[in-house]
Ligand binder design. Structure first.
Ligand code: 5RP
Length: 237
């Protein structure tokens, strides 16, 4: 049963706060994008006021703005190419801990930052846990090559649509100056193969399929009452 807005917020808050507890003094961390990560930033802000020393690489303008508001010092992948851990949200997580991300159109920077980290901490409410990945896979594309990329994406069995902005006419423009193509799949038989097949299409910058980081991933699943922490040992074979 779907939770109410309050119970979902409580679950996200629980997961975000638990992730912040994993941050140790002196760490450089990745800061993902989305409402669940924002609770981790809120919790980190309290810890920084109490003396924790930490800096973060933001994965979006939205996260950078939020982190500055909350007093979290920022750095870049140029200055800190290796991160101790990265905290991020997800849209869907399957029993093998493969994910779909990108509702917020930040998937490319999110994948760069997650890949730069020793540990990828994913924070999610329990509604994000699904038996099988499916539905929409967001794909960031170069505007110059979006039409040809869409033809090739269609060949992978999806219906691709350029994501439309809400408070702007025309397409969503990502923080990297690109488009998002939302690819509607009836079924994703093999998420790992699909991630590779999308990645090799010219004009594709990155997809929201995250299937290759499972070994370093810890998932914090928040519910109204508790948090469960899942590691690679909990992956269903
Ligand atoms: C943004 C993302 C988000 O991390 C994902 O959509 C989860 O967001 P939320 O925590 O708000 O549910 O991938 O591109």
């Amino acid at each position: 049963m779907a939770g109410t807005a309050d119970t979902i917020a409580a679950a996200k808050r629980a997961a975000g706060y638990r992730a912040a507890d994993m941050v140790e003094d002196g760490m450089v961390i990745g800061l993902g994008t989305g409402s669940t990560v924002f609770y981790a930033i809120e919790a980190l802000s309290e810890k920084i006021r109490e003396g924790l020393s930490v800096s973060g690489v933001p994965t979006s303008y939205q996260t950078a703005i939020r982190a500055r508001e909350y007093g979290v010092p920022l750095t870049t992948l140029d200055d800190s190419p290796i991160l101790d851990l990265a905290i991020d949200g997800a849209d869907q997580i399957d029993p093998q801990h493969r994910m779909i991300k990108g509702r917020g159109a930040a998937l490319t920077r999110e994948k760069c930052v997650a890949s730069a980290a020793f540990q990828f901490i994913v924070v999610a409410d329990e509604a994000k846990m699904v038996p099988k990945l499916g539905g929409v896979v967001p794909v960031e594309t170069l505007p110059f090559a979006t039409t040809t990329a869409m033809a090739q994406l269609r060949g992978l069995g999806c219906r691709p649509f350029i994501r439309e902005a809400v408070k702007k006419d025309g397409p969503v423009i990502t923080d990297n100056g690109n488009f998002i193509v939302d690819c509607h799949f009836d079924e994703i038989a093999n998420p790992g193969e699909l991630e590779t097949a999308i990645a090799v299409i010219p004009g594709v910058v990155e997809s929201g399929l995250f299937t290759r980081l499972v070994g370093n991933t810890t998932i914090i699943v928040g519910s109204e009452k508790k948090c469960s922490v899942l590691t690679s040992a909990d992956v269903v074979p």
